[in-house]
Design a protein around this ligand. Sequence first.
Ligand code: F0G
Length: 481
Amino acid sequence: MSGIRFYSGKDIPLELHKVRIVQKLDLVPVERRREAMLEAGCNTFLLKNKDIFLDMLTDSGVNAMSDRQLASMMVADDSYAGSSTFTRLTDKLYEIFGTEYFLPAHQGRAAENIIAMTFVRPGSIIPMNYHFTTTKAHITRLGGSVAELVVDEGTKIVSDYPFKGNFDLEKLERLLDEKSDRIPFIRIEAGTNLIGGQPLSLENIEMTADIAHSHGILTVLDASLLQDNLYFIKEREDCAKDLSLREITKRISDKMDIIYFSGRKLGFARGGGIAMHDKALYMRMRELVPMFEGFLTYGGMSVREMEAMTVGLDETMDMSVISQGPLFIKYMTDELARKGVPVVTPPGGLGCHLDASCFLPHVRQEEYPAGALAAALYVAGGVRGMERGTISEQREEDGSEHLAAVELLRLAMPRRVFTLSQVEYAIDRIVWLYEHRDLVGGLRFVEEPESLRFFFGRLEPVTPWLDDIVKAFRRDFGDSL
Ligand code: F0G
């Protein structure tokens, strides 16, 4: 996808694939969008797909599959135990990661559950560059806590630091010196999710692992977003210029004791699992798979998805495949930045991230600017994003609000799903909304679940500001959708 120049000089990401199956989309009128948002309790997770035009909620399980992936699904071997499909998957994992053992799970968080149940005890501390929602929920559920050790640059919105997901190695050393007896493993999220899809460098991953190992502590890689991270290592890191994607992957996996992933992201299918080099670690976790997931050769996944994942993992080692997401995200981020819209820079993986605190400086963090921006953008354009700010945090034990380090609206870029004109449309509506940002107000909870409240909590606008957006839209766009 990269390296093709236009005679006109325009910097446009060119697709190196063609579209052969399509799904019709509808764009419902702005009045219906307002109504749908109120029905959904101002939570984009609760919208119905029929009301959505561009679904940028997530890249999870919604990436386009290749012809090779679809073809592989036809030859899946459907047997409860001993399926050849499972053997093909474990062979591919061995080829790419060099891991001899694999425990399948129905998706990434199931792998997190198994790892947490095996290693986390009350009082455990799990250092990581940055947490992910489900990861933290599993650790805290078992009485552990998370120590976030991302470099200071990681939570700066505007930056030109190429690896904002890096560990702060000094902080890591200090924590391990002081508390290693309470640390069963460190978790490396490559790339990161909640801070804007920002990557870690190969050098930082290797040094982090060496520090952990010198203290006798296990290393666990969350490889759910590895495809984007590999792209950035190859593009941005001098020492990786002459390495192939396979060589970079191997260098990373050689330093890891455990590698787990969401197959809804890595491998462009659905499912997940835990790969490791060491039999003893495998034996410690093995029993939990048939107990919670399914038998050891499917772990809750459909055999068709396992076949698609096997091919998807192979395609992940192809730069022209994995570059599509980051290049589209870069296009969107650069265009928005050029038009003055506050975005996370440099562009990362996963999606384009709007800085809601700067977009809506008049909305207090206690009234959830990122959630409000998600609701406003849906009404303005039928574009569904995901709140990644304070609503995505858990309250403190004393019930007080845990204000997020960054208030982001994530506009995910499912891989090979959207065309550039659809991305242009999203940019257009975001710019319109930015020019009408004064109209957007805050939100308050009307129904607040205790954990993972962002999934199904319900909120309402603190004033009827959604009505003002509809009025402004009609004034500016006439009878257009
Ligand atoms: N780790 C990371 C870094 C993730 O991004 C996700 C999921 C998981 C673990 C959990 O995997 O969904 O298969 O259970 N991220 C999705 C998202 C939900 O939308 O960002 P899962």
